[in-house]
Design a protein around this ligand. Sequence first.
Ligand SMILES: NC(=O)c1ccc[n+]([C@@H]2O[C@H](COP(=O)([O-])OP(=O)(O)OC[C@H]3O[C@@H](n4cnc5c(N)ncnc54)[C@H](OP(=O)(O)O)[C@@H]3O)[C@@H](O)[C@H]2O)c1
Length: 296
Amino acid sequence: MTGDDLQSVGPSRRPPGRVLVLGSTGMLGRSWVRLLEDKGIEHRDLSRPEFNLSEPQSIERAFDRPYDLVINAAAWTDVDGAEDDEAGATQANAYAVEQIAKRCRELGAMLITYSTDYVFDGRATEPYPIDAPIDPVNAYGRSKALGETQLRQTTPDHLLIRTSWVYAPWGKNFVLTMMKLICDREQLSVVNDQRGRPTSATHLAAGSLAMYLAGATGTWHLTDSGECTWFEFAQEIKAVIGARCEIEPCGSDAFPRPAKRPSYSTLDLKPTQQLLGEIGGWSKRLRESIHAARQQ
Ligand SMILES: NC(=O)c1ccc[n+]([C@@H]2O[C@H](COP(=O)([O-])OP(=O)(O)OC[C@H]3O[C@@H](n4cnc5c(N)ncnc54)[C@H](OP(=O)(O)O)[C@@H]3O)[C@@H](O)[C@H]2O)c1
């Protein structure tokens, strides 16, 4: 499929009247809930145990009333855990997405759901365009790649947003983990052979709503702009919090993990920038997120 088959821009949309947020406890789900509150948009928020991607009946129950827009921020996000239970990850990230998409189609609701840079093989040397061949290197990536296919086959009324390296002022993420380690330790080693784009969940939610309002449909990329390695990301976190910890670069082989990671996973943002205008750089957004984390 080419980029033109995968994405389109129609007339701009009005703000949605009724929104369903699935996975409202996650980094992105919480960001969506805050955004909808700020905008005064009516929303229903569901999360475990009431809503479970592994339980088709709970998905059916979520659709007991009509919505204009459904946000699926729920997913199996345990990349290493997916290696041991690929069937579980595939149920959550592919078959549940298919079921949600089917119910959206039946109810006439638009669906926004998320995929990942990990659908690509990581061997590129420049940002992956939306129509680059999919070739995941781990079980999580395969489950998300199948979710993309199931979604496209089920409803045309979708926004599938691939993103990467998500963090937020809340939840479990690299920024909050590093903030703690940098303060607690005198020395740290951080991987310097994986390159990608950090993404603030707050901006991911806001950008997703902006894409919806701008009339976007299909597959899009949305991350913050710029790129770095995890080591460079950690160095910037240290600079923002002003700690003395020594951070050393190391290779991925220093921290063997069950799931292989792509070494280069920057997503091309050109079509998104044409739609939304310039996208903010990751280091500025990191500062905003750390500031917000300190206000919690
Ligand atoms: N985090 C990243 O770096 C990253 C990168 C690329 C793409 N993405 C994608 O971005 C989207 C948002 O993820 P996130 O970053 O916000 O991750 P997150 O903080 O881990 O949130 C995941 C959410 O999914 C929920 N969930 C997990 N398994 C579930 C199940 N079986 N049934 C119902 N809910 C379940 C979690 O609920 P609990 O609170 O109950 O665990 C949580 O609300 C996902 O589609 C993810 O694949 C994330």
